[in-house]
Design a protein around this ligand. Structure first.
Ligand SMILES: [Zn+2]
Length: 341
């Protein structure tokens, strides 16, 4: 069933758990996520970046996502736009039927240049007004993440533009958004850290302070793949050439969940699982030429990762907790609490 992200995150806050947001580009990835959700009885956020939308041509991807909500009616499913670069991009997703959008105004529309606070407030607020009128959820971002994903990101090292807690508070008050992505040292892509992160690598104290100032705002961790060594090893064992790298330890994410993190973005881990499984078939069965012979194990490998994350984030077992609130009803609720400022 199709639900808004606001409802899923409100429920997660009540239950004290986090919800994984997994990126999709094609059918196999969507199937892997939905099968994992069914197996673990998890609500789920399926998200598409601008890169995914252009790779798959909007309509193919949207209809695959819609098929997921039809085939898995028992799973509360959010269709979310990841890193919208402009109000127009968000608008096109809303018009297509997404139940949640991210307006990333921390960067200019080129998706690379860090923007000003004023610009960020202006575009985010514009999207909040547009989206809330239709009951659609809005995620914003303050501070810049490291790395570049799907052409989006400032390419920083992850530590140069951390979120300022006071500014985060001001931003939420000025925009009225539902969920806030913060920069605490994570970055997009596989190469997050060059050595095993210690307790100091991620600025968890900052996250905790932001949560204290904004106890009602759902916090979002981007770039939160764990980049497990076993997945890297499979790729390299079957002819890949990944350089040694470290991701965000699951324990740090769990500490975040205890402190207001409700949405956790995971993409790289799934990419690693898929690529490893395909490489293995190519090396072990070079006579195979039916794409299903490697896409099936790829889908299975991704499902395994997603199942693990759903259990680790705590969303497992919560799919049946609630009935969906319609977009129209959500719009009515937003209308009664106008954005201040
Ligand atoms: Zn991101």
């Amino acid at each position: 069933m199709l639900v808004t992200m606001r409802q899923v995150l409100d429920e997660a806050a009540k239950g004290g758990y986090g919800v994984g947001a997994f990126n999709v580009n094609n059918m196999e990835q969507i199937q892997a996520i939905m099968e994992a959700a069914r197996e673990t009885k998890s609500p789920v956020i399926v998200q598409a970046s601008r890169g995914a939308r252009s790779y798959s041509q909007d309509n193919f991807l949207y209809h695959l996502m819609l098929a997921a909500t039809e085939l898995y009616p028992e799973i509360p499913t959010v269709l979310h736009l990841d890193h919208g670069n402009s109000p127009e991009t968000c608008k096109s997703a809303i018009e297509m039927g997404f139940t949640s959008v991210m307006m990333d105004g921390s960067l200019m529309p080129d998706g690379k240049t860090p923007s000003s606070f004023e610009y960020n407030v202006k575009v985010t607020r514009e999207v909040v007004e547009l989206a809330h009128a239709r009951g659609v959820t809005v995620e914003g971002e303050i501070g810049c993440l490291g790395g570049i994903e799907d052409g989006h990101g400032a390419g920083l090292d992850g530590l140069s533009h951390l979120t300022d807690p006071a500014q985060a508070e001001e931003f939420v008050k000025a925009t009225g958004l539902d969920a806030l992505a913060i920069a605490i040292g994570t970055s997009h892509g596989a190469y997050k850290f060059t050595k095993k992160p210690t307790g100091e690598t991620l600025k968890m104290d900052r996250l905790i302070e932001i949560h204290k100032r904004l106890p009602e705002t759902h916090l979002v961790m981007h770039g939160s793949s764990s980049v497990p060594k076993d997945l890297q090893d499979i790729i390299n064992q079957y002819g890949g050439k990944l350089k040694p790298t470290w991701g965000v330890p699951v324990e740090e994410i769990q500490l975040g969940i205890k402190n207001g993190v409700r949405k956790i973005n995971v993409d790289t881990d799934n990419r690693l699982a898929i690529t490893g499984a395909i490489r293995k078939v190519f090396m072990e069965k070079p006579e195979e030429f039916d794409p299903r012979s490697y896409l099936k194990p790829a889908r299975e490998a991704m499902k395994k990762v997603v199942v693990q994350r759903m259990q680790q984030f705590g969303q497992a077992g919560h799919a049946g907790d609630y009935q969906p609130i319609s977009l129209a009803e959500m719009a009515k609720r937003y209308a009664t609490v106008p954005v201040s400022a």
